[in-house]
Ligand binder design. Structure first.
Ligand code: PEP
Ligand code: MG
Length: 573
């Protein structure tokens, strides 16, 4: 029956397809017994499901090309290995053949048994394999649920409806042919949402109701921009969604006329628009839309879908390729920022911290894994010999951390020079300003950095004590809180006086509606997702910077979010 639902738009784009439900990892299978004479048929069902899961993995492996083949390939191979593990297979056959359990319940029992073995291991690496086990079990379970004649249940052309997705799963899902995702939990600021935008995969988050009412195979239309969902759409809906998709195309054509135009305000101030990137594809798009450089390259996405961290040479080749694609424009590589909601398969990030966002993440994690940090620094320094590369440190919270990072950078340089490797004479080192302590004590850190980049996604979460990935916090997480506005103003003013280059690379700087506010506060350097760059350029070109600067005092006096929103409305061109 047709039903209209609303989530939060997290990655723009229209998708119309069949629902594929993925229940949370814990398999919700109740105990089911079978009779002795049902055993052969149940074993056949089990074997078919195992074969089908294996064929899916094999098909996925075949379809992977280029960078994805490498990044996702290892992940797929590992899952194939788990699937073929005799313990899993024989355990399941025993439970069905001797225990007289249904194949579905046997899968749950066997999963729980293996999971308890993994969980009891001391080693983080083995504990992290639990997630992989759950992926494999989920795949077999989905195959068990599928009816033979129901081809629509494949992932190709499907819209995945699930509780949440991890950033590491997204490339695989897309490679499987998933055309859109709806999550019950999550937020547009999560790393999954950022990666979905980078992959141009439409995503709606915070749509818990859909997971409760939709069934596998239902038709669904989604708008990843507005968050609108129509279950079982009728002809009128389908026409509306087609019109929306058409509008998006027309908008892209209109904006493409700005590709060769300067990013200059109406009153003649030049503004820098750099791009955030998670992949080579983003970097190519950044170049194509005329970005002034890469303001933030999130190198962690290189580490997410693999079992071994990439070596120095592999990283060096990638960084050189990025520099080559930007043709002399600066490329800012952020050192590995794992931890919190970005956990890797290599076992670098801790898995079971009680408060991961406040735990060992970003630079803290790098300093605790010196060898991994050194490998990355060496690769960066080598690549810097061939282009304008800048290094950005994530989650800086103290002077001591910066001093430790400098020492490692110097050590990497000394090592390379001793090995007669070409290294750039100087590489700019910058700090992400994401922790309120670093923002407030910037004058105490400034002599240790060549530039800073404000990560408002995290800065807002830490300043307002509001989890950026929490679907239930609503406006409590808002970059328009007076505390955020005042702190940004303070940062821009300080950096202006000290001539310390400052940019903003959080999602706040990629929302055209925030342009008047950020210009008024004094920002001239933005870094944002390439797909929004032309829309930002259009908005900036409509603004009068000098007039907005004069109106900043009103903003700073605002007492609550609604006054700031009103200011924005009044100053939107
Ligand atoms: C930020 O925190 O604003 C930022 C750009 O970093 P990330 O979103 O990767 O945490
Ligand atoms: Mg951050």
């Amino acid at each position: 029956m047709r039903r209209l639902l609303l989530g939060q738009g997290a990655s723009r784009g229209i998708a119309v397809g069949r629902v594929r439900i993925r229940q949370p990892h814990a398999l919700a299978v109740s105990e089911q017994r079978i009779d002795l004479d049902e055993v052969p048929a149940e074993l056949t069902r089990l074997h078919r499901a195992l074969d089908s899961a294996r064929a899916e993995l094999h098909g996925l492996r075949e379809r992977l090309h280029g960078a994805l083949a490498h990044e996702v390939g290892e992940f797929v191979d590992l899952h194939a290995m788990i699937l073929d593990d005799p313990d899993l297979r024989h355990g399941l056959e025993d439970l069905v053949g001797t225990g007289l359990y249904s194949a579905d319940y046997a899968l749950k029992l066997q999963r729980d048994k293996l999971a308890s073995v993994f969980a009891a291991m001391d080693d983080d690496y083995f504990r992290s394999r639990l997630e992989d086990l759950d992926h494999v079990v989920g795949r077999v379970h989905a195959a068990l649920q599928r009816r033979d004649d129901d081809a629509a249940h494949g992932l190709a052309g499907a819209i995945l409806v699930c509780h949440n997705v991890a950033p590491s799963e997204l490339p695989e899902l897309q490679a499987h042919g998933v055309i859109g995702i709806v999550c019950a939990a999550g937020s547009p600021l999560s790393h999954s949402a950022i990666l979905a935008r980078s992959l141009r995969l439409p995503l709606v988050v915070g749509a818990a109701e859909l997971l409760a009412v939709a069934d596998d195979g239902d038709a669904l239309a989604l708008d990843g921009g507005s968050g609108e969902l129509v279950l079982d759409p009728d002809d009128d809906d389908l026409r509306d969604f087609r019109a929306l998709a058409n509008e998006l195309e027309q908008e892209a054509i209109r904006l493409s006329r700005l590709i060769r135009q300067p990013t200059r305000t109406r009153d003649g101030s030049d503004i820098r628009l750099q791009a955030n990137a998670e992949s080579l594809l983003d970097v190519s798009e950044a170049r194509q839309v005329g970005a002034d450089g890469i303001g933030l390259y999130r190198t962690e996405f290189l580490f997410l879908q693999r079992n071994e961290p990439p070596g120095e040479d592999e990283q060096y080749q990638l960084y050189r390729e990025l520099l080559g694609r930007m043709d002399g424009k600066p490329v800012t590589l952020r050192a590995l920022d794992l931890g919190s909601d970005k956990t890797d398969q290599c076992g670098i990030a801790l898995r079971d911290e009680d408060n991961p966002a406040l735990g060992v993440r970003g630079l803290r994690l790098l300093l605790a894994h010196e060898a991994i940090f050194m490998t990355q620094l060496r690769a960066m320094l080598r690549a810097a010999a061939d282009g304008h590369l800048r290094i950005l440190l994530p989650m800086v919270s103290s002077r001591e951390e910066l001093i430790a990072a400098h020492a490692l950078l110097q050590r990497a340089r000394d090592e390379l020079e001793a090995e007669d490797m070409a290294v750039a004479a100087h590489v700019d080192l910058g700090a992400m300003i994401e922790v309120p302590a670093a923002a407030l004590a910037l004058p105490q850190l400034a002599d240790l950095v060549d530039f800073v980049s404000v990560g408002t996604n995290d800065l807002v979460q830490y300043l307002l004590a509001a989890d950026r990935g929490h679907e239930g916090l609503g406006d409590l997480y808002s970059p328009l809180h007076p505390a955020v506005v005042r702190l940004l103003h303070q940062l821009f003013a300080y950096c202006g006086r000290r001539k310390l280059p400052i940019s903003v690379c959080g999602e706040m700087a990629g929302d055209p509606s925030n342009v008047p506010l950020l210009l008024a506060l004094g920002l001239t350097d933005f870094s944002l997702a390439p797909e929004i760059l032309l829309a930002m350029r259009e908005r900036i070109r409509a603004c009068d910077r000098a007039a907005l600067r004069k109106r900043a005092p009103l903003l700073l006096r605002a007492r609550d979010r609604s006054q700031i929103q009103r200011w924005l409305l009044e100053h939107t061109p």
